[in-house]
Design a protein around this ligand. Structure first.
Ligand SMILES: C[S@@+](CC[C@H](N)C(=O)[O-])C[C@H]1O[C@@H](n2cnc3c(N)ncnc32)[C@H](O)[C@@H]1O
Length: 236
C-alpha cells in the first residue's frame, strides 16, 4: 500500500494503514454483543436516516448501517482504504464512499441525519475543524456519535497510555465537556477465534514492548475493551 494517495489532514493510523487484514480481525472480534450499536440505536434510531461514517477505513461497518438506513456515506482519507470500502459495498446501491477527510466533508450543508466516527479523527483537542464540519452537514434534529477507546479504564487503557505517553485522558474528557457533548461508558470486549489473532491485534495496537507485556498478561482469546460513546444532538 506504499503508493497510496492520502488526503490532506489525515491522522496517521498505522494499525489499519499498514495491516488492514489484521485490523479486519480486530473489527470482527470487537463487541460480539453489539453493545455499541444498541446504545446508538437507543439514542437515535438509524431507520430511514442518511448516515455518514467518518473515517470508515475499509468500510467494515457500512453494510450494517445500510441494513436499516436510507442512505449511507463513508468518508475515508486513505485512498486504498476508501477503495476497499467501495469494493466491500459494491453490491449495496444505497452506499457511497468518498476519499476525503473529516475537516473537509464533500457533502452539502444540512444533508446528514446521523454521523458516526468509530476510533477515527475525533480524539479530542485538535478536532475542532471536524466538529465545525459536523455542524455544517448535520440536519436539524440530527445526531453525531463518536465512539472511542476510554484510555482512563482497564488494562487496555493502561497499555494505550504506555504506548502514547503524551495522551491525557482528563484533557480529552474536559475538551468534550466544553463542547457540550454527552457521554456514556461502554464496557465492550474483543473475542477472537484464535489466540494468534488476539496477539496479532495487540501487536498492531501497542508499542512492541507494551504489546509483549499485554500478551503475557492476557490468557485465552478474550480482552476487555473499555470504550466511551459520545454524542450530540443538533437541534439549533
Ligand atoms: C482506527 S481506523 C478505524 C476505521 C473504521 N472506523 C473502523 O471502525 O473500521 C481510523 C481511520 O480514521 C481515518 N482517518 C485518519 N484521519 C482522518 C481524518 N482527518 N478524517 C477522517 N478520517 C480519518 C484513518 O485513515 C483510518 O482509516
Amino acid at each position: 500500500m506504499g503508493m497510496a494517495r492520502i488526503v490532506r489532514g489525515a491522522i496517521p493510523s498505522p494499525n489499519i494503514w499498514h495491516t488492514p487484514q489484521v485490523y479486519e480481525l480486530e473489527n470482527r472480534a470487537v463487541d460480539p454483543e453489539r453493545r455499541a450499536d444498541a446504545a446508538m440505536e437507543a439514542i437515535r434510531p438509524l431507520a430511514g436516516a442518511v448516515v455518514l461514517d467518518i473515517g470508515c477505513g475499509t468500510g467494515y461497518h457500512l453494510p450494517g448501517y445500510a441494513a436499516t438506513a436510507a442512505r449511507v456515506i463513508g468518508v475515508e482519507p486513505h485512498g486504498d482504504l476508501a477503495a476497499a470500502a467501495a469494493r466491500r459495498c459494491a453490491a449495496l446501491p444505497t452506499v457511497t464512499v468518498h476519499a476525503a477527510a473529516a475537516q473537509a466533508l464533500p457533502l452539502p450543508d444540512a444533508s446528514v441525519d446521523v454521523a458516526v466516527a468509530r476510533w477515527a479523527y475525533f480524539f479530542g483537542p485538535g478536532c475542532e475543524p471536524g466538529l465545525r464540519e459536523l455542524s455544517r452537514v448535520l440536519r436539524r434534529g440530527g445526531t453525531a456519535f463518536v465512539l472511542d477507546l476510554d484510555a482512563s479504564r482497564g488494562a487496555f487503557g493502561r497499555w494505550f497510555g504506555e504506548t502514547v505517553p503524551a495522551y491525557s485522558a482528563p484533557a480529552v474528557e474536559a475538551f468534550w465537556a466544553r463542547q457540550g457533548w454527552q457521554r456514556q461508558d461502554l464496557d465492550l470486549s474483543m473475542v477472537f477465534d484464535r489466540r494468534a489473532d488476539l496477539e496479532a491485534v495487540l501487536r498492531i495496537e501497542f508499542a512492541p514492548a507494551v504489546a509483549e507485556r499485554a500478551i503475557a498478561e492476557t490468557t485465552g482469546v478474550r480482552l476487555d475493551y473499555p470504550n466511551v460513546l459520545r454524542w450530540r444532538h443538533f437541534d439549533a
